[in-house]
Design a protein. Structure first.
Length: 177
């Protein structure tokens, strides 16, 4: 299976990316092909809402979303990786998802397998409620086939994250895909 990891943290060595690396290790050991798109450091612009694409065409903006679009459409699975900022996804990942507008129909028809990996400093039991609900709504709307969620609470920095069960959970999930 071709798996596309969409990282969205501005911190290349941050907690969400640590969880992603554990997932990748498991998926590659299982024999999957993994590629990475770093939305946290890509040249991406927000959707203009101009509707030039008519939800089923090319976006008029010329940025790294052109590359990501082809990577997603060539993949069997996409993994959304994000730190939690104020109980939601990073602005970088939100920008990517908003830009799906230009190829909504293709995404819906593809029935792409997806997964969410998120890391939050907070460890309250309600910390991941909203991002999980948002992701599940995206799956319903875009006909994504959810393959699981790693919702890493208490993962405020790399050393905190390493001391939780979430790196191992991510690895095991990568092995079971």
């Amino acid at each position: 299976m071709n798996i596309l990891i969409i990282k969205s943290s501005p911190h290349k060595k941050g907690s969400s990316n640590l969880l992603a690396e554990n997932f990748i290790r498991g998926a590659e050991e299982k024999g999957h092909q993994v590629s990475i798109f770093d939305a946290g450091h890509a040249k991406l612009h927000p959707c203009l809402g101009c509707d030039a694409c008519h939800m089923n065409g090319l976006c008029i903006q010329k940025d790294d979303m052109t590359e990501l679009r082809s990577q997603i459409l060539d993949s069997d699975m996409a993994v959304f990786v994000t730190p939690i900022y104020y109980f939601g996804m990073s602005a970088q990942l939100k920008t990517v998802i908003d830009r799906f507008y230009s190829f909504n129909s293709e995404l819906m028809e593809k029935a792409l397998k997806t997964m969410l990996i998120a890391a939050a400093w907070d460890s309250n039991d309600w910390t991941m409620k909203d991002i999980s609900a948002h992701y599940e709504t995206l799956c319903r709307y875009l006909n994504f086939k959810d393959q699981g969620q790693i919702l890493g609470i208490g993962c405020g920095n790399v050393s905190m994250t390493k001391s939780t069960e979430f790196p191992e959970q991510a690895y095991r999930l990568g092995k079971t895909i």
